[in-house]
Design a binder for this molecule. Structure first.
Ligand code: MIG
Length: 784
């Protein structure tokens, strides 16, 4: 494996000295509206402007040919019929929808976008769109002194990306993920800008190596690509949530995962034998620690050949999968893209005979060194290849497997560039082009092939896919884990802004390797990390070969008890989490959120890295440093109740909160509610009793939320088999009201009612449930 040597200095970068010369797009020579597209012929290229919705406008510039409007790998929706009013003068053309106004200056071509309140959101001044001789395209935008930047997918460093410069080029980085380590595995060329409480978004849909520069200048930022065309979307916002809805309208939303995938996963590189896996599962059951999935890393295979099991180590995988499922545990095997070059290996034979591997233009197969040795790589950019790969997954699904883990799909190759030769040609569904252009979508297409295949084979059951690499839109197919982190406190800290920014990038189902992948973890770090993991959307403990084993019981009873409590807590919170996953699948909103998402007007939240929210009413403030039992917690406006202690705190300021090793501070906003279930056992994880904890407010306030439930494993919800309650909680001086505003769906859950538990009721406050006053303070409940 390529270790981090002086190679990492990238000597190539030093060579490009001398002035960088940009060719500006130049003056508009003519413009013609064609349907909903405005085409501008400019001196040095053509531009197309196209409204997708009232709130989304697309700008495409091509310096060589007509702007290409139908080649996106990420955007699968077509433009709506948007009503636009047009005002044309000699200097400017104004195009206005209900939500956006475009002011296009003609000499030279410059585009400025305003929102419906006449506020500037994206503007060009002296600089606009340009390109270079070498094919690079760049867009310069004015940067406001109050701009804060978020998103950019999977990046190390802090939440607010102002002052940073990022590259998008899917890369396998085993070297430490430091603040300046960039790029990593995922490329999501998208960001959200927050300026004085209002947000807008920008998605640069270019699959080449791209760069975002919020660092080099103080009054403008830029984004550029090594090739292709300028192709970006401006998203109007104006709230962060609206931006997310707009972005995921374009790039798609996460399908609702099966409930088991939202549970706790245990992994290791590797659990090497069937015996070991059985022992592991047994230990979880004996310790009464919840686990929903055990991952099989590369050692399960025969010589790292995908779609095989090593017969000695895993003599009867079908029985293993079956027996574990009886215990309530699923098996998730790893699948890498590299297919071992071995003329006696059927997958390789088929790939060669049926012409499915990536090739050079001259016709030779590209081979790269990965785990199995010399390997060929399926060309996932081609529909036939995807279909083949999809079908191959019957190997797993036929024995009862419902989840797959895709690794190394950047694609990673053990060579100096860490990836495939950029001159390799991809079929690209009939429009062949180089790896240089499609590198960043290789993992996305692998994900599509895998997800689609499993979905078909599982006949109505929801598949789970975990991936390392991806591009904008990856959320349509997979959950993402953040790759090879390390067992350092710094990496626990870093995982918070990283996962939050993934959530702001449309990928709600994300998490780091809990406990840290590389290096030996330790009792305290693992315990604190497990506490956080219980509330991050994706929750998997994973560790590297030759590191200390880090299952929850490996550090003695004291630590085990705490980890057990938090992993069980994950399951108690499942009704709440599942409702949030539902919301994410419907609207694209993240499950784990930075505070700025709920409090965009509060500048104190703009770079708050060590706290996060679950949904819109719960703040989690974990301990992220060793030997620490207190920390400052910023609580935004409102009154807050600490979940375990019941202590009350006023928001809008910092508090010093004490938290012994067994405690992680969790704050629920007064006047709101959270849904709680219970932990039964591994074999039976479904809550029999559901409780609504209502945190009585004392001022005037109404809180509305959605409780969602269904069978948790099939697609029956698509045909109405779900339970959806829109609930309002009204708090007044004299009463707390809980009303079901509407009930949807025909799913009949195992429980008949939801227990209502009012926390912090004041003297003189009555409780009213669905309009009926409760006088004797009996057991309160809502019928479902
Ligand atoms: O080059 O499959 O990030 O989670 O355990 C290492 C072995 C390959 C990298 C993944 C890691 C996994 C490991 N893989």
């Amino acid at each position: 494996m390529l270790k981090d040597t002086s190679f990492a200095i990238h000597p190539g970068k030093e060579q490009q000295t001398g002035p960088v010369i940009y060719q500006d797009i130049g003056n508009v020579l003519k413009h013609t509206p064609v349907d909903n597209i405005y085409l501008f012929t400019c001196e040095n290229g053509d531009v197309a402007v196209q409204f997708y919705t009232d709130s989304i406008v697309r700008v495409v510039m091509n310096q060589k040919t007509e702007p290409k409007l139908h080649a996106s790998k990420a955007v699968h929706v077509t433009p709506e019929d948007v009503r636009i009013t047009e005002v044309n003068s000699e200097e400017v053309l104004k195009l206005k929808s209900n939500k956006l106004e475009l002011i296009i200056r003609k000499t030279p071509f410059r585009i400025t976008v305003k929102d419906d309140q006449d506020r500037l959101i994206v503007a060009e001044g002296e600089r606009g769109m340009a390109y270079r001789e070498n094919g690079e395209v760049t867009v310069f935008k004015e940067m406001n002194e109050n701009d804060h930047f978020y998103g950019f997918g999977e990046k190390s460093g802090y939440l607010d990306k102002r002052g940073e410069k990022y590259e998008m080029w899917n890369t396998d980085v085993y070297a430490p993920h430091n603040p300046e380590t960039d790029p990593l595995y995922e490329s999501i060329p998208y960001f959200m800008t927050l300026r004085q409480g209002r947000a807008h978004g920008l998605f640069f849909d270019n699959t080449f190596r791209t760069e975002f520069d919020m660092k080099s200048a103080s009054d403008y930022y830029s984004f550029s690509a090594e090739g292709g065309q300028v192709d970006y979307y401006v998203l109007a916002g104006p709230e962060p949530k609206a931006v997310l809805e707009q972005y995921t309208h374009l790039t798609g939303r996460m399908p609702l995962p099966p409930k088991w995938a939202i549970g706790y996963h245990q992994s290791r590189y590797s659990y090497k034998t069937e015996m070991e896996v059985r022992e592991l599962a047994k230990s979880f059951v004996e310790h009464d620690i919840p686990v929903d999935a055990i991952h099989l890393d590369i050692h399960y295979m025969n010589g790292y050949r995908v779609f095989t099991f090593d017969k000695e180590r895993f003599p009867n995988p079908e029985k293993l999968v079956y027996d574990l499922k009886e215990m309530g545990i699923r098996i998730v095997p790893i699948v890498d893209p590299g297919v071992k070059k071995d003329s006696e290996y059927p997958i390789y034979q088929e790939g060669v005979r049926e012409n499915l591997f990536c090739k050079y233009i001259e016709g030779d197969i590209y081979f790269g060194e990965v785990w199995p040795g010399e390997s060929a790589f399926p060309d996932f950019t081609d529909g036939n290849v995807r279909k083949w790969w999809s079908d191959k997954h019957a190997f797993y699904t036929n024995i009862g497997i419902e989840g797959i883990w895709n690794d190394m799909n950047e694609p990673a190759v053990f060579n100096e560039t860490k990836t495939m030769d950029v001159s390799v040609i991809h079929r690209n569904d009939g429009e062949p082009t180089t790896h240089r252009e499609l590198h960043n979508v290789y993992g996305l297409f692998m994900g599509q092939a895998t997800y689609d295949g499993m979905k078909e084979q599982l006949k109505g059951k929801r598949p789970f896919l975990l991936t390392r690499a991806g591009y904008a839109g990856v959320q349509r197919y997979a959950a993402v884990w953040t790759g090879d982190n390390r067992s350092f406190w710094e990496h626990l800290q870093m995982s918070l802004p990283m996962v939050m920014n993934m959530g702001l990038s449309g990928v709600p189902f994300t998490g780091p390797d809990v406990g840290g992948f590389a290096h030996d973890t330790n009792a305290e770090l693992l315990t604190r990390w497990t506490q956080v993991g219980a509330f991050t959307p994706y929750f998997r403990n994973h560790s590297a070969i030759e590191t200390r084993y880090q299952e929850p019981w490996q550090f003695g009873e004291k630590y085990e008890a705490i980890m057990k409590k938090y992993i069980q807590m994950r399951y108690k919170w499942m009704p709440q989490l599942y409702s949030l996953f539902f919301q994410a699948s419907k609207h694209g909103l993240p499950v784990m959120r930075p505070l700025l998402m709920e409090y965009p007007g509060d500048v104190k939240t703009y770079n708050l890295n060590d706290q996060f929210m679950i949904g819109d009413n719960v703040v989690i403030a974990p301990i992220l440093t060793p030997s620490t039992t207190a920390r400052a917690v910023y609580l935004p406006a409102g009154d807050w109740v600490e979940y375990t202690s019941g202590s009350m705190y006023t928001g809008g300021k910092q508090h010093l909160i004490h938290a012994k090793l067994e405690d992680m501070p969790i704050f629920v906003k007064k006047g709101t509610a959270v849904m709680q279930g219970e932990w039964n056992s591994n074999a039976d994880k479904t809550s029999k009793n559901i409780r609504m904890d209502v945190y009585a407010g004392d001022g005037n306030g109404t809180y509305v939320f959605t409780y969602y439930d269904d069978d948790g494993e099939t697609f029956a919800y698509e045909n109405g088999s779900y339970l959806k309650l829109d609930v309002e909680v009204i708090s007044n001086r004299d009463r707390v009201e809980v009303n079901v505003r509407s009930k949807d769906g025909d799913y009949v859950p195992g429980y008949k009612e939801i227990t209502v538990n009012i926390i912090g009721l004041k003297e003189g406050q009555n409780v009213i449930i669905n309009g009926e006053i409760n006088r004797d303070n009996d057991k309160l409940s809502l019928k479902v």
